[in-house]
Design a binder for this molecule. Sequence first.
Ligand code: S6P
Ligand code: ZN
Length: 205
Amino acid sequence: MTVKAKREPSVLLNPADLVTDFDPDAGLAKPDSTSVRRLRDLGGMFRDQAAFEATCRDENPLVYTVQVFSPRDHEGDLSLGFGRLEPGTVGDEFYMTKGHVHERTEMAEIYVGLRGRGVMLLRNASGGHTRALDLSAGKIVYVPGHTLHRTVNCGDEALCYFGIYPSLAGHDYSSLQRIGFDAVVIRSPEGPKVLGKGEELAVTR
Ligand code: S6P
Ligand code: ZN
């Protein structure tokens, strides 16, 4: 019996969709989508609720922008998210992303630090303690599947990075509410500190 080779669909239908310019500071020249998070979108996520309410009372500052480059979203495809996280704090806690685990929880992601000083918080979705990894300019962080991930800007300028992930990974923010991160990144006179249950955590560099 002859087995016919499976024909793969051509992906090079429109090469113009497969290339884009980018700038490590400003992001992608032609993103397929852009989303913006302001401080009020992050309600309940900072430890100092009074400071959060005071900061949000009169204004709703921009916290981060994500531009997505996703030419195709079939099984096996990849997408790239350019993140720009502004500098700032709520009380003494640095601005951060919401954080999520992928809906397709087994799917991993690679982060590339492009500009600024940052930390990634990673936590196994089934529990265990939060780990902190350096995501400053020049660093690459591998986020395994089944891992809750959040980005924190612990510098005084914008933190810019790429996240490269399977297009079908999806975002699950509800696990974040259930599990959360048991660590915060704060400004201190000695510099940024990651505090786990009352004790300082080392940042893996
Ligand atoms: C997507 C990837 C990033 C984040 C971005 C914003 O898998 O991890 O592009 O979406 O850093 O974070 P969040 O938690 O608000 O989606
Ligand atoms: Zn992700």
